[in-house]
Design a binder for this molecule. Structure first.
Ligand code: MG
Length: 270
């Protein structure tokens, strides 16, 4: 059976602080040479992920903005995709989430009617977003080009605000620094399930692996056959309360390399 790896980016494939992939590039090459797809699955946007796809020459489908959409390079699967798709650039897209325009409208209306001072990406020029995020200017520009979510950089969110989001089919995902508003239909686990079904249709059965570092990866890890958690910079693992998720020794990229090694050494099943 063929193997597929679903992977988080920040703090897993990429170093949590520097966003560097220098330490994982060799393992990425080893997986690629064995024909093992590496499916990025992250809160990052399409343009952010494209930067890493291009840099690492990874050409597999990818899941953006917390499970809001699946981008599949056109012609990647030989069979017709049995879901509603639309074509953008050279991708077929399966969208689970809502367009960013709708999300921004809801946030604007909510903060106006409640008198909340919330600052989002869309309020600020890239220079100021850089100040808040610590990203360089180019990375900030990429982060701001979102299609399915909006990030709240500053300000206190109230219960009323979250209720208003809920009424409009949105939810607020707390992050380590900022909160991100997405559709309540955005779901990394569902997106992974869909891709697994497409790979199975193509290859007639696969073994799926997952690598992540945080609570944000829980849905993804629950959807794969063989899930792994890498260590956080503290040396601890995220507390996911699921014994089937294996903990590897190694912080971020060094843990990722170990997962890659496990996959490469896995006996061919079936
Ligand atoms: Mg992460």
């Amino acid at each position: 059976m063929r193997r597929v790896l679903f992977s988080d980016l920040d703090g897993t494939l990429l170093d949590l602080k520097s966003y560097s992939f220098a330490r994982t590039l060799k393992s990425v090459g080893a997986l690629k040479s064995q024909g093992i797809p590496i499916v990025f699955c992250s809160s990052k946007s399409r343009v952010e992920q494209e930067f890493y796809r291009d840099s690492m020459e990874v050409k597999d489908p990818f899941i953006v903005e917390n499970g809001s959409a699946i981008f599949i390079p056109r012609g990647y699967f030989s069979q017709k995709i049995p879901y509603n798709t639309y074509v953008i650039d050279d991708y077929e897209v399966i969208a689970l989430g809502k367009p960013v325009g709708f999300i921004r409208d809801v946030i604007s209306k909510a903060r106006e009617s409640m008198g909340l001072s919330l600052l989002c990406y869309f309020d600020l020029p890239a220079e100021e977003v850089s100040m808040y995020t610590g990203l360089d200017l180019r990375s900030s520009r990429r982060a701001m080009e979102r299609e399915f979510s909006e990030t709240i950089l500053k300000g206190r969110v109230t219960e009323g605000f979250n209720d208003y989001l809920k009424k409009n089919g949105l939810r607020n995902i707390p992050g380590s620094k900022f909160q991100t508003v997405v559709s309540d239909k955005a779901d990394k686990g569902k997106a992974v399930d869909i891709l697994i079904s497409l790979y199975e249709k193509e290859w007639g059965g696969i073994i799926s692996y997952g690598a992540g570092d945080s609570i944000n990866d829980f849905e993804m890890l629950q959807s794969v056959h063989d899930p792994y958690l890498v260590q956080r910079p503290t040396g601890l693992w995220a507390d996911l309360e699921d014994d089937t998720i294996k903990k590897v020794n190694g912080i971020g990229p060094s843990g990722w390399n170990k997962v890659a090694q496990i996959i490469l050494e896995a006996p061919a099943h079936g």
